[in-house]
Design a protein around this ligand. Structure first.
Ligand code: ASP
Ligand code: MG
Length: 418
């Protein structure tokens, strides 16, 4: 059995959905589980809908935009046969209206999940119907019948044992009817049948969870890039494709911020030794990258850039040395305000870290710490992480720039430059 994952960009319009059909139709020789994200920027639109709702502003326009975008794609895909699919979309969107009508005072994270998850419902219904329309028999499966989570809305944790049971039972039932199963990424359900989400970009993780539970032979993530590159072409000119990499390197790259693979994806695959292919949905015959347990691979230096960073420096007002107590104080505040230290370093009297520029959070940090500490902020910085660095690459990055922080381990260098 194979597991495929198609992200938002791969299903953003009618043309892309046709392309997805082309890809899938080449792989019907074995059972196939297809995990799909919401179409294009749908999740952002739903997030906007939730925010607007909580600001008590009218949401009709946003909802109508979502209806139109999906409706237009359906009309283009199905032509004269569009009516039942359009009805299905309307019925699905009614659930959003219900959620918006719910009594005030419902938890925001809870509401977010009930509403934003509809994006994946819409995309999978359209894709499953389109595959059928093209004669490709498939079963649409509700991911909430597969993935059981706790009720930590917006960042739900997987209950692995139940998920494994549910997934095997439901998928084998579906595979009796068709060789292809279509289901939603990013979402799960609680024991009380409420919808949860697994965190933004969580569909890769869904694919990994299902593959792990089902003992699949491989997972393929179809992307708009040729595979895992050694750098983001947005920031570097001479990027190269990494044809093979280890789970460990993939995890490290994801941890440092490579956007190609969701950080949680690798572990479940590594645990059951399932290879992960990252391939291009544009050039679908090229092999892309394979991530596996091999560790004899050629090492390629990789660069990960986080732009728009703020370097925060924290110094105890009493000029004492920075000790464990200070770290505890500072990290407790960071955790409470959900601020991430992307790279941190300390000296005797100072603790510095680089973080994403979020003015609200920075203000809150200052409020909470300024009684005991002096804080300074340097904006407009950039954090460059280099895996398998050498002096040459380091000097290329720092050339003509101000080096604000330099943190190295034997395999990675993290440089904050401005
Ligand atoms: N649709 C969700 C998001 O945009 C999940 C995903 O795409 O993986 O975050
Ligand atoms: Mg996405």
């Amino acid at each position: 059995m194979r597991v495929f994952k198609f992200g938002g960009a791969s299903v953003r319009d009618a043309e892309s959905v046709k392309n997805v059909h082309n890809i899938i139709s080449k792989y019907t020789d074995k059972p196939l589980v297809v995990v799909v994200s919401a179409m294009g920027k749908t999740t952002n639109k739903f997030e906007n809908l939730v925010n607007t709702h909580f600001l008590k502003q009218p949401t009709t326009e946003i909802l109508e935009d979502l209806r139109t975008c999906h409706g237009d794609i359906v009309k283009e895909l199905f032509g004269d046969a569009a009516k039942p699919v359009l009805e299905d979309i309307d019925n699905t969107l009614v659930e959003v209206e219900w959620a918006l009508d719910d009594p005030e005072g419902l938890d925001r994270h809870f509401q977010y999940d009930q509403i934003v998850s509809i994006g994946e419902m819409l995309s999978t219904k359209i894709i499953s119907a389109y595959l059928k329309h093209q004669g490709l028999s498939n079963e649409w499966v509700d991911a909430r019948d597969l993935i059981r989570t706790d009720n930590n809305y917006q960042d739900a944790k997987i209950e692995w044992d139940t998920t494994k049971e549910m997934t095997n039972a439901r998928i084998s039932q579906a595979l009796k009817k068709a060789n292809v199963v279509v289901t939603q990424g990013f979402i799960g359900g609680t024991s009380e049948n409420f919808t949860t989400t697994l965190g933004r970009e969580g569909s890769d993780f869904t694919a990994a969870i299902l593959a792990h539970c089902l003992g699949a032979e491989s997972v393929t993530i179809w992307k708009d890039v040729p595979g895992v590159l050694n750098a983001d072409p947005k920031f570097y000119e001479d990027t190269v494709l990494i044809p093979e990499m280890s789970y460990f390197d993939a995890m490290e790259l994801a941890y440092f911020g490579t956007s190609v693979i969701h950080p949680k994806t690798i572990k479940p695959l590594q645990n059951s030794n399932i290879p992960l292919y990252v391939r291009s949905f544009v050039d679908h015959d090229s092999p892309g990258t394979v991530v596996s347990n091999r560790n004899d691979l050629k090492i390629v230096p990789s660069f990960i850039v986080k732009p728009d960073q703020v370097l925060v420096s924290i110094t105890p007002k009493d000029y004492s040395f920075v000790t464990e107590t200070h770290f505890t104080n500072i990290y407790t505040v960071l955790s409470a305000i959900r601020m991430k230290a992307n790279c941190a370093q300390n000296s005797a009297v100072n603790f510095s870290f680089s973080t994403n520029n979020d003015p609200e959070k920075l203000k809150e940090l200052e409020q909470r710490l300024s009684d005991e500490y002096h804080l300074t902020f340097i904006e407009g910085a950039e954090l460059v992480t280099v895996r398998y660095y050498d002096e040459d690459t380091i000097s290329r990055i720092t050339k003509g720039k101000n080096l604000l922080l330099d943190h190295r381990t034997p395999t990675s260098a993290q440089l904050v430059v401005k």
